[in-house]
Design a protein around this ligand. Sequence first.
Ligand code: GLU
Length: 366
Amino acid sequence: MLFPPASCPRLIVKIGSALLVDPNGGVRRAWLEGVAADLADRARAGQQIAIVSSGAIALGARRLALAKGGRGSLEDAQAAAAVGQIALAQVWTEVLAAQGLTAAQMLVTLDDLEDRRRYLNAAATLDRLLSLRAVPVLNENDSVATAEIRFGDNDRLAARVAQAAGASGVVLLSDVDGLYDRNPALPGAAHLAVVERIDAGVLAMADAGSASGMGSGGMVSKLAAARIATAAGIPLAIASGRVDRPLSTTARHTLFAAERTATARKAWLAGGLTAKGVIRVDAGAATALRKGGSLLAAGATAAEGGFMRGDLVTVEGPEGSVARGLAEYDAADARRLLGRRSDEHAAILGYAPRAALVHRNHLALL
Ligand code: GLU
């Protein structure tokens, strides 16, 4: 991935609280207008970008006059998020609309992205929004998520969203410009431009805690995000957002290289799971899959086993195993759709159908 990451057809950009909110609790609107102008340029060039926006707690805390930036207790943080999120949504709507872009809000919890069935729902919505050229603006659903089911930081959330969206890159815009070999405040600290592998030595370089004190993510959570993304075959950059037009400027950054895509995706999709069923396909469908397509019902000939929606299934062609992926339907509904064209599905099922039996974003070729 180059920076700016123009080469990614689908990109996730995470924006940290300190970039969105000034120290007095106001929105840094001029900077955001620059981001929106960058997004409009990218959209015109055909790139699809989803934003993971922090800042709800920081914005709400100021409006509610809460101590410790609203992070004194879980209740304070949740109340601050409720107030801040509605303000945040309004600002994004306005700055994007001024560029002719439509904002779409998605508030998600850890469960939405870790539970495979709910993961498929969130992924399908994201995919649809991006293909409709809307700009998804995501945040954690802080006001309802309890401590146990929170991500707590939007860095990891961005990495999970990137997997769900089938993105080809993640940029974490922050008030830090990347990873240093020791605390950057120490003399002699050296900036790393590229990290090929996140090993113990790299992890030891990170300092916990947010430099601005506004967000919850420090370098530890950024490295955790980099591990999630790169293990799923997605490169991730930590870049300075302390520039105007941060997506069209080559700001200083650290780029974490993706692990070899095929292997990483396979490992993640398998996720320690064993396949719960088999979908058999004809030769045409097997070829379409090898070219990167989704598994459509029209090319499927059998659905074996008792798999549920979100379970891992193996796809078998006439000449052997072709792919593994997450089933969009349970086995009974998949059987009803075998050999049927997409425009027949709604009538057969009696509900609005999914686009495929297995979507290409949740499929790994074998
Ligand atoms: N979801 C939090 C917010 O909107 C930000 C989490 C983080 O700091 O990464 O304020």
